[in-house]
Design a protein around this ligand. Sequence first.
Ligand code: HEM
Length: 166
Amino acid sequence: MYKIMISTLLLAAGLCIGGLAAAQDAMPAARPAANADAYPSAPRDPALKPVFEQFGGKPGLVALMNDFMDNLVADPVTRPYFENADRDHIKAELVDQFCVILDGPCTYTGKDMASAHRGMDVNRAAFNALVQDLQSAMNKHDIPFRAQNKLLAKLAPMHRQIVTKL
Ligand code: HEM
């Protein structure tokens, strides 16, 4: 019963993020990609330091990203984007990005989200699939549901810079 509730909530979280993307797509004056550059890709949130610990600190994030990337390559929706990419580099950047968001002792030196994903034609389905692949990796690592949602809430608005296609 408990497991079913959690899965339902996870699905709701995924749908919520998808819903945010849908709302953005439905807006009559969609934000042009050039303006999206002005948005920070990884704002630090000191309130999330306890969440950083719940993720197992930086070693926890490194382990999480290995499974996340395995999921992305196994997922037919996201595989085309990642199979020929420098996956080790992306994982390292993701570790730093998530570490900064969760107020860990890291610095993110990667690209802003608009530049990193420009020209990839990432659509809403691919964005939602990536979120689900991250959720399943977080589940595998027994990250508490509330901690998962704290991170997801920070990632969700990034769809404005990343999703450039219906
Ligand atoms: C909230 C969602 C996402 C976050 C936080 C995120 C984060 C990142 C980061 C940090 C990088 C590395 C940037 C750098 O090299 O400096 C990156 C690169 C990349 N991302 Fe994302 N990303 C997201 C969504 C997606 C989606 C939905 C796709 C496609 C399905 C995608 C595909 C890629 C690819 C292929 C690269 C490598 C680009 C290259 O080779 O230069 N990302 N992403």
